[in-house]
Ligand binder design. Structure first.
Ligand SMILES: Cc1cc2nc3c(=O)[nH]c(=O)nc-3n(C[C@H](O)[C@H](O)[C@H](O)COP(=O)(O)O)c2cc1C
Length: 391
């Protein structure tokens, strides 16, 4: 396997794939299992303030979201760990740390930032964690406690939380931001100004799991966090917008389940990657599979390090105004590849053209003068016979 070692916020990780804070790292044994399975490090389940609603029972707390038969995402109402911090440190941490696991401690931001700092200090004193991740992004709490994503939508709160933890500990401090935000940039910048060593982008998206149409009841009776492949475009938006304006490194997390996803996020500016839902769906063995894919990719591309691809896509993301200056394009067909023209039958492109640019009379005919250049036909074509080319 190629050299996948990476330096992130001053800490060396054996590879860039980290288990994100969630169920697969709820105790010491599982946290260590991820490490043994090849993860570059582990963020155990977030340590929480002792609020009453963070306790069990929260049964049936995960719902798959499907399109047809395919899983596209998952909504959960799991909240934080139900284990008291002291119990975790006394009974789980040694096991989690076995084999020198690189543990990133996720501390939930307490309403009083000094308390967040105190918890981080207690954890640092064990000598068994490499850095901190302040969680201001849990999508569930929306009450007066304000211990979730509402905090993560307020730049001042992000600033004061980072500032307090930064003062309390000497290890690197990062903050995990919320994608339930119309613009993450002010929070990211506030955290950077307060001395954050890195940013984790992002938590799950506040959402609703759907309605059972037989009973009329909600599938989950509270708003939860949406995760998995469906949220990748949302998180990629935030990662790229923030990567353009901050100078601290980014851990990207949201819908990553393949090595290609990892490469995409790195090209958008991420230095390391965290994974949750894919591990929950496929098990810890997923780490090895993604690592192998990354290694082969590096070999094919002749890369010594994945860091050389970091941010590669960013200069090519432009504003809509800049795009408007580009010359128009229209759909054109390669007659030798088109199924309709070679064998007859396929009419998929015609069904998705709303401009009268594709007709079958009876064979495929394109009317470039009507084409608006939307490109949907090129996306739908099963054989890649249609392309957008200069008008
Ligand atoms: C069941 C479940 C529990 C989670 N618990 C936590 C948590 O305790 N702390 C946290 O920071 N993020 C938590 N998350 C969010 C994940 O760490 C991750 O940010 C999010 O799911 C997006 O990544 P993914 O698409 O790879 O799952 C949880 C996610 C899930 C699905």
């Amino acid at each position: 396997m190629g050299n996948l070692e990476v330096e992130f916020a001053g800490v060396r990780f054996r590879n860039p794939l980290i288990l994100a804070s969630a169920t697969p790292g709820w105790d010491g044994e599982r946290s260590n299992q991820a490490w043994r399975a090849g993860a570059g490090g582990v963020v155990p389940k977030s340590f929480a303030p002792p609020v009453k609603w963070a306790q069990h029972p929260r049964c049936g707390r995960m719902k798959l979201i499907k399109y047809g038969k395919n899983r596209i995402g998952m909504v959960n109402i799991e909240l934080y760990t139900t284990m008291a911090l002291q119990d975790w440190l006394e009974n789980e941490l040694d096991k989690a740390y076995e084999g020198n696991n690189s543990i990133i401690a996720s501390v939930v931001a307490h309403p009083d930032p000094e308390d967040t700092g105190k918890n981080a200090r207690i954890i640092q004193d064990t000598g068994k964690v490499v850095m901190f991740e302040i969680n201001v992004s849990c999508p569930m709490p929306a009450g007066e406690d304000r211990v979730g994503f509402q905090m993560g939508n307020d730049p001042e709160t992000c600033y004061t939380q980072v500032e307090a933890v930064r003062k309390a500990v000497s290890l690197p401090v990062g903050i995990k931001l919320t994608p339930t935000s119309h613009n993450m940039v002010p929070m990211a910048q506030a955290a950077e100004q307060a001395g954050a060593d890195y940013l984790t982008i992002a938590n799950s998206v506040r959402s609703f799991a759907g309605v059972d149409i037989n009973t009329g009841l909600p599938k989950l009776a509270a708003y939860g966090g949406y995760s998995g492949p469906a949220i990748k475009p949302i998180t990629q938006r935030h990662v790229s917008e923030v990567a353009k304006v901050v100078n601290i490194p980014i851990a990207a997390v949201g819908g990553i389940s393949t090595w290609e996803d990892v490469v995409e996020y790195m090209m958008l500016g991420a230095t390391i990657i965290q994974i949750c839902t894919s591990i929950m769906w496929h098990g810890y063995g997923r780490f090895r599979r993604i690592l192998e894919g990354l290694s082969q990719y590096m070999e094919r591309k002749g890369l010594d390090s994945l860091q050389s691809i970091r941010g590669k896509a960013l200069p090519h993301i432009v504003t809509i105004e800049e795009l408007a200056k580009k010359p128009p394009m229209v759909a054109q067909v390669d007659p030798e590849t088109c199924i309709n023209l070679t064998k007859g039958g396929c009419e998929r492109c015609g069904k998705v053209c709303f401009y009268g640019a594709i007709e079958f009379a009876p064979k495929l005919a394109l009317y470039g003068e009507n084409c608006d250049g939307c490109g949907l036909c090129t996306e739908i074509c099963p054989v890649g016979a249609l392309k957008l080319l200069p008008a």
